[in-house]
Design a protein around this ligand. Structure first.
Ligand code: SAH
Ligand code: SF4
Length: 360
């Protein structure tokens, strides 16, 4: 049965027309499944009974089951979800000063095989459907509401499992649903798509539904990049720069260049100088990401001092540069460490205390 959360408003309009209903019914349904968080068609009291019945006979409203919720001391919360085919995906809620940010997954696994990333190591399983992307937001909102949190879920970053632009069609639909003023109403500049740098897809996103863009560059030369990111054999840094320059800037926002700091590989003075050459004068910001170590990953994290020096050098050359706080390290919610496996949840010997949440 098709899940109604897969539909954009435009698609719902076509659907209700086919059912012989007036167009405003689509708006009502859309409103129920987005901001009103409906869990059954029965709740949709402003729809005629016959329509509610027809919808419930033909469509599902179900959400993936929440398998586990883990909270770190720094307030980071990891949610693990069980999908219909028993795959598991994860999202991370990150508390900020005046809002929450949700990091969502777009694929089960990832085909890109970056050498420093655990999701990459697990390989590619499948793309997430639109409703599976949207459901992560529905659950996060519900979770925060049930806990009585007052701060809003304001930002969504597509930095969980998977390469969002490799699931482009579903990503764009999900973005449309999230940004629609009659739906979740997220500002487009607060929806950030992070990509390893799929050039053609970045262009399509920029043309069809531009939101904030973050490009995972991680190295300032093609030579170094190729040792870390296989797709660097296909697309050069020069091509990435061109596409970044052309990408529409939402409300004059800057494209983020994500740059992973790996000890003695990408944290050198040579790399810092090259970065300045590449980006001086461009409307970008560089987000330095401290490497999150893991026994299976053959890299090291630079010292705090080295990372600060690297940042200072870029700042001294007029490049806006931040260092990402590594939240959620204890619960392995940190970037690149989302590698959910069903076995881990079915045989949770080594897991921390399991928590469940009430729905509604
Ligand atoms: N596929 C997309 C989005 C998901 S990865 C992308 O690569 O941009 C999200 C971010 O986590 C990327 O910037 C990625 O490079 C980073 N990341 C992956 N493994 C990491 C690790 N071990 N430590 C720190 N950051 C990592
Ligand atoms: Fe995929 Fe991003 Fe991990 Fe690379 S860093 S393997 S693109 S999820």
């Amino acid at each position: 049965m098709k899940n109604i959360r897969d539909f954009t408003l435009e698609e719902l309009e076509i659907l209700v027309k086919d059912l012989g209903e007036p167009p405003y019914r689509a708006h009502q349904i859309f409103h129920w499944i987005t901001c009103k968080g409906a869990q059954s068609f029965h709740e949709m009291t402003n729809l005629p009974n016959a329509l509610r019945k027809k919808l419930s006979e033909n469509f599902s409203l179900s959400l993936p089951e929440v398998l586990e919720i883990k909270e770190d001391l720094d307030g980071t919360i990891k949610l693990a979800f069980l999908l219909e085919d028993e795959e598991v995906i994860e999202s991370v809620i990150l508390p900020e000063r005046d809002h929450f940010t949700l990091c969502v997954s777009t694929q089960v696994g990832c085909a890109m095989g970056c050498k420093f990333c655990l999701t990459g190591k697990m390989g590619f399983k499948r793309n997430l459907k639109v409703f599976e992307i949207i459901s992560q937001v529905v659950w996060a909102k519900r979770f925060l509401k049930n806990r009585g949190e007052e701060l809003p879920l304001r930002n969504i970053v597509f930095m969980g499992m998977g390469e969002p632009l490799a699931n482009l069609r579903n990503l764009i639909k999900a973005l449309k649903i999230l940004a629609h003023p009659m739906g979740f109403n997220f500002s487009r500049k607060r929806l950030t798509v992070s990509t390893v740098g799929l050039i053609k897809e970045i262009e399509i996103l920029g043309r069809e539904f531009p939101v904030a863009l973050a490009v995972s560059l991680h190295a300032p030369t093609d030579e170094i990049r190729k040792t870390l990111i296989p797709i660097a054999y296909k697309y050069s840094i020069k091509e990435i720069l061109q596409v970044v320059k052309r990408f529409p800037r939402i409300k004059n926002g800057r494209t983020t260049i994500e740059y992973l700091l790996l000890k003695d590989l990408t944290d050198t003075s040579f790399c810092a100088e090259k970065l300045v050459e590449l980006f001086k004068g461009l409307p970008i910001k560089i987000n330095l990401i401290p490497f999150n170590p893991h026994p299976e990953l053959p890299f090291e994290r630079p010292s705090e001092k080295r990372m600060e020096e690297f940042q200072k050098f870029l700042l001294s050359h007029g490049i806006l540069t931040t260092i990402r706080k590594s939240k959620g390290l204890k619960i392995s919610a940190a970037c690149g460490h989302l590698r959910a496996e069903i076995q881990k949840y079915l045989f949770p010997n080594s897991m921390n205390k399991k928590t469940t949440i009430r729905t509604g």
